[in-house]
Design a protein around this ligand. Structure first.
Ligand code: HAM
Length: 429
């Protein structure tokens, strides 16, 4: 094979695109119903944006970013996540003067140079939503209820919601000291990465997946002992609202999230069906992020949902996503050179009338055109030969029943519409 797709990236072929489209339509409809409006930011940002917010000691910044100089010598990075760009855009366009709170969502590709495996890609798509300017726990509950209801709507059963608080700048330092002291007693049992993290950012050890480290983490101090009253109260508020909304959750004090900008609420939702890469969505509160970008104090809370993983989980749980309609509802068959031009005109008329139609472009024999119509899943074929041409008519064939009749060309749009309706009714019956 002379050329292949870059490692960890994928082509989404037409058979699979229908599932993506159906999912995206559903997500957009739902996000708008919850009062979120779409934002689209560029696929690249200044590298500095992610260094400042995601954090220099994180895996994303240390090992996973696609960073390159542009022709003017500026350092740019393919977006590894969506929150920092959204806050950058909010600050840049004076979001503080928009009606508050500001509720934004995106469906966008993200890039991380990670080791590819099942459910982990170097380009993945996230559906994310952010509520900016609402500090109360109601905002946390509202933003997380959206992906949770989405999963319920899609019929997913094997999911677990893990909730934690990572504290804030007031109470977290004492917890980090306690972690450092604890891990210093177990340095020999930690992996090389975690021995380094012990110095740079011991919180990161909590999310290490190495078996040896995992074992040590189990005995580590819990952040629950270190939360100050305001953070504790916030967490209690989120729990109360989750319960009121009927959202089952587990308190998991070892969720820290892989990005540095979080304060207070941290949420991870796992699927029981995905193996090692089982995080479906993750998010939390990031009240200090805007200030890290030299903006005014601005609260924010949101999530990012990996759609590649959502589609895998649906497949694993045997849940179909309705795919888009077959591309060609109607196939126009031409018999003979004279009919070919007419067939093209007829196809165009149908398309202009809003009907998906296709015709032969390869000069194939009638029988081969028939077979092709079948392969495309056409529900109606229109056959145009010399006889039809002379009478300004067309033969309309309903593919499911095989019934044929002649129709005046002037009445073709109406006749096709009725035939497609019949096909739809009998497919639904
Ligand atoms: P994150 O946890 O890094 O959070 O990513 C969110 C989700 O994206 C994960 O739960 C997972 O489903 C998916 N994901 C991440 N990396 C990959 C990958 N390599 N391949 C496939 N799927 C992946 C964030 O990015 C935050 N910006 C979320 C957020 C929004 N927090 C607040 N607002």
């Amino acid at each position: 094979m002379p050329y292949q797709v870059p490692r960890g990236m994928r082509d989404i072929l037409p058979e699979e695109v229908g599932r993506w489209q159906a999912l995206e339509v559903r997500i957009r409809e739902m996000a708008e119903r919850y009062g979120f409006r779409e934002i689209r930011t560029p696929v690249v940002e200044h590298t500095e944006l992610f260094l400042r917010t995601v954090g220099e000691g994180t895996d994303i910044v240390e090992k996973e970013m696609y960073t390159f100089p542009d022709r003017g010598g500026r350092s740019l990075t393919l977006r590894p996540e969506g929150t920092a760009p959204v806050i950058r855009a909010y600050l840049e366009h004076g979001g503080a003067s928009w009606p508050q709170p500001v509720k934004l969502y995106y469906i966008a590709p993200m890039f991380r140079y990670d080791r590819p495996q099942y459910g982990r890609y170097r380009q993945h798509v996230q559906f994310g939503a952010e509520i900016i300017g609402a500090p109360s726990p109601e905002a946390d509950a509202e933003v997380f209820s959206l992906p949770i209801r989405l999963m319920q709507d899609l019929g997913l059963k094997e999911v677990e919601v893990h909730l934690n608080s990572v504290g804030d700048a007031t109470c977290r330092p004492a917890y980090i000291d306690a972690l450092r002291a604890y891990f210093s007693r177990h340095l020999d049992a930690l992996c090389a990465d975690c021995r380094r993290r012990h110095q740079t950012n011991p919180l990161r050890i909590l999310e290490c997946r190495e078996e040896g480290c995992h074992e040590i983490v189990r005995g580590a101090p819990s952040i629950m002992e270190y939360l100050d009253p305001a953070c504790r109260e916030h967490l209690e508020g989120v729990k109360t609202h989750f319960t009121a909304l009927g959202i089952p959750y587990l308190i998991d004090p070892f969720i820290v999230r892989g990005l540095d900008y979080y304060t207070r609420t941290a949420v991870e939702v796992y699927s029981g069906k995905l193996g090692a890469q089982n995080a479906m969505f993750g998010g939390g509160r990031y009240d200090g992020l805007a200030e890290q970008l030299d903006g005014p104090p601005t609260s924010g809370v949101g999530f990012g949902f990996g759609l590649d993983r959502l589609l895998l989980a649906l497949e694993q749980e045997g849940l179909p996503i309705p795919s888009a309609a077959p591309a060609a509802a109607v196939y126009v068959i031409a018999a003979g050179a004279a009919a070919r031009g007419e067939a093209l005109r007829l196809t165009d008329t149908l398309r202009q009338a809003g009907i998906a139609a296709d015709a032969d472009l390869l000069d194939r024999a009638v029988r081969a055109q028939m077979r092709h119509a079948d392969k495309l899943g056409a529900r109606v074929t229109l056959i145009m030969g010399d006889k039809e041409l002379a009478a300004a008519e067309v033969t309309l064939r309903e593919m499911a029943s095989g019934t044929e009749r002649r129709v005046k060309q002037a009445e073709i749009v109406e006749a096709v519409r009725r035939a497609l309706e019949t096909a739809k009714r009998s497919a639904g019956a």
